[in-house]
Design a protein around this ligand. Sequence first.
Ligand SMILES: [Zn+2]
Length: 50
Amino acid sequence: MSTDILKCALCGLPVEIEGFSLETVDGIKSFCCAGCLSVYSLLNGEKIKE
Ligand SMILES: [Zn+2]
């Protein structure tokens, strides 16, 4: 139970690189790549904190 792998909030792949994350009303979401981040922000624009 020591592995704490983040999964991409959009596609579910393991997040290997930190840096693609977004603060939303549901908390911090992490993404595997800039593409997933931008798609998520398009789909959930109203949830994202500025
Ligand atoms: Zn992804």
